[in-house]
Design a protein. Sequence first.
Length: 225
Amino acid sequence: MEDTTILIVDDESRMRKLIKDFLNNKNYITLEASDGEEAIEIFQKNKNKINLILLDVMMPKIDGWTVLREIRIDSNVPVIMLTARGEEQDELFGFELGVDEYISKPFSPKILVARIEAILKRSQGEKKSIRNFGGIVIDENGRTVTVDGKPIELSLREFELLKYLLDNEKVALSRNKILNNVWNYDYYGDSRTIDSHIKKIRSKLGKKGKYIETIRGIGYKFEVK
């Protein structure tokens, strides 16, 4: 997968090469570390571009558990632990530390790739729930909105209206279309209620309120300028 970087951490060079070859064939970008110290160093230098970590447990210098603790201080990057152990207690310990998946050696590289793809799909879906529009950050799952890092209070209807405008960025939306999609088809009130809600949202967005543009004779459009 292009632009997706995976850090492979294992003290066995043969194991790293095996995993790397399979991931490169899937167009993943790979980084390698042969021990825990090197893993932490590489992660700190590349934390903004690493999308997933394959982390061996038993390694010289620093073991995988210690590496995981260090990573979890300031990152929720998905981690798959690789281990020769298969004891239930080890797996429970890993999940308590924030492991996303646990695979015991020996394993099928094809199964490993399938697990990686499933975790990346899930994590990328979670990331999409948080979007940034010129400093307006909306968290759909948490139902929160911040402007330049400062949270703003929106009613449920205001949140849904703003979300609809953001979902249709750069699209001119008629008042009737907004009513049908935000207030639903069973609303028979005056469409001027939209104008009232837009006014409140603009006020709460402060200077960013200008991104909600009035389209004369039609309705509204959200566009970052």
